[in-house]
Design a protein around this ligand. Sequence first.
Ligand SMILES: NC(=O)NCCC[C@H](N)C(=O)O
Length: 260
Amino acid sequence: METEIFAALVRRPGPRLAEGLVTHIERSEVDLELAQRQWQAYVEALEAAGWRTIEVEPAPDCPDAVFIEDAVVVYGDVAVVTRPGADERKPETEAAERAVRDLGYTVRRIEAPGTLDGGDVLKFGGTVWVGQGGRTNAEGLRQLGEILAEQGARVVGVPLTKVLHLKSAVTALPDGTVIGYEPLVDDASVWESFLAVPEESGAHVVLLGGDRLLMAADAPKSAELFRSRGYEVTEVDISEYEKLEGCVTCLSVRLRGCPS
Ligand SMILES: NC(=O)NCCC[C@H](N)C(=O)O
C-alpha cells in the first residue's frame, strides 16, 4: 500500500445551503453563489498548499453537508463515522462512510444512542479532547474513547456551552499550543499551553503542514499574532459559512497517511 500523506476530504455545498442549522447566532441571509465561490477558493488554498482534495459525493438534500468535518473522525488508519447530534444531519454520514471505506480506512461507527459531531473532536499529540454539552453526548464520547483507545489515544471530555462545537472555541497550533477566543472558551485550564487570540475566528486554524496555517480572513489581528510567532498564514474568506456557524476547520477532513 502506498502512503498518501496529504489528502483532504471536502464536500461541495448543495442548493439548500442557506437552510443550514443556526443555534448560537442569529440567522442572516446566505448568498449561495458567493458561498460556492468561497468553497472553490478554500479548495484551491488546500491544493496550493499541496493537498490533494477528494470530493465526497454531494448530499443535495442536506443543507449542512458541506461541513464534512462533522461526518467522520480520522485517527491513523481508522475512520470513525459519526452519528451527528442534529437529526437533520444524520443522513450526511452515508456517503462519507463510502468515501473513507473506498480509501482503505478501517471503518468504525458511533452507534445510537451515542451522538458525536467531528467538530467536537480536537486531536493533538495522542490526546483527543471532545466537547460535551452541545452535539456530542456522553455515550458518543464513551464510544469514541473505546475505539481510539485501541489506537493508543487518550480521549478526554471537556465542557462546552458557549459555541456550537469544541473547535468553534479552540484549535491547536503546530507546536501544540491551544488557541481560543476566551469569551467562548468554557475552561481554558484544560490545556497546559493556552494562548488567547483577539478575535473569534482567530481561534480556528487548519494545519497545512510544517509552519503553514489556513484561517478565515476576518481575524487579521490573530493572523498577525501567528505570523509574529513564525507561522506562514493563508487567509480565506468564508463569510457565508460563518453565517451558519461554520469555521475553516469544518470544511475539510485532512487525511495524513491515508491508507490507499
Ligand atoms: N465543525 C463545524 O464547526 N461545523 C459547523 C456546522 C454548522 C452547521 N450549521 C450546524 O449547525 O451543524
